[in-house]
Design a binder for this molecule. Structure first.
Ligand SMILES: Cc1cc2nc3c(=O)[nH]c(=O)nc-3n(C[C@H](O)[C@H](O)[C@H](O)COP(=O)(O)O)c2cc1C
Length: 202
């Protein structure tokens, strides 16, 4: 698949078939992920693959918790929240055969000293986000769908994801990525802003 096709076809997929994803394909996704640029060459990312039924059920519960919190945070009316819950609990929204939680290890450092704590943290998150994008584009090529879950980063939920992964508090959750074969043919979303709106020439 040409890169442009993968870029244009990638879109967030939230409904998946129950069909399992071969481990080989998961490895290919992560192999692509770790080709991303990584600030100071740190490679301080970690990809935790949740694939047992029990682990998936737990991570799914945390995604659902986060999504409800997100809807509440933007003051959506109760009927919208009920609709979201129906989509999740009855229609299987966000239920995937695999979830990949992406962490960075904050203990792995290049720049010494407190002065660089924040900058190096941001760089590490940025590097992991680039890795996630690689993973998502590779997924398109393999016929897989993905969506970036950020709501699991809400305070308290992130900690539960980290504990499920069995990691210590030096590990920061960057995102959770459900992966699976799309239930419906993915249709890319149009952008609200045109190129002219987001480009500035100097
Ligand atoms: C950092 C980040 C966090 C996101 N968090 C969520 C999320 O928690 N739940 C969700 O359904 N989608 C989430 N998304 C997906 C966006 O809603 C989606 O990318 C956006 O609507 C554009 O649609 P597209 O990906 O299909 O082009 C997130 C995307 C990013 C980049």
């Amino acid at each position: 698949m040409e890169l442009d096709e993968a870029i244009m076809k990638r879109t967030s997929v939230r409904y998946f078939l129950e069909r399992p994803v071969p481990d080989e394909h998961i490895k290919m996704l992560i192999e692509s992920a770790i080709r991303a640029p990584t600030a100071s060459g740190l490679e301080n990312w970690l990809f935790v693959v949740f694939r047992t039924e029990d682990a998936r059920e737990k991570i799914y519960g945390l995604i659902a918790e986060g999504m409800v919190k997100y809807y509440q945070a933007v003051n959506l009316p109760e009927e919208k929240i009920e609709k979201l819950k129906r989509r999740m609990y009855e229609e299987g929204m966000y239920r995937a055969p695999v979830y990949i939680a992406v962490f960075i290890d904050r203990e792995i450092r290049f720049l010494p000293g407190k002065e660089f704590d924040e900058l190096e943290f941001i760089w590490s998150v940025e590097s992991a986000a680039m890795a996630i994008q690689n993973l998502m584009l590779k997924a398109v090529e393999l016929g897989l769908g993905t969506v970036y879950i950020g709501v699991t980063n809400f305070k308290g939920i992130d900690e539960k994801v980290r504990k499920l992964a069995g990691l210590d508090e030096n590990h920061y959750l960057v995102g959770v990525i459900p992966v699976g074969y799309p239930r419906n043919k993915p249709k890319s979303k149009k952008r609200k802003k045109s190129l002219d709106n987001v480009i500035m020439w100097i």
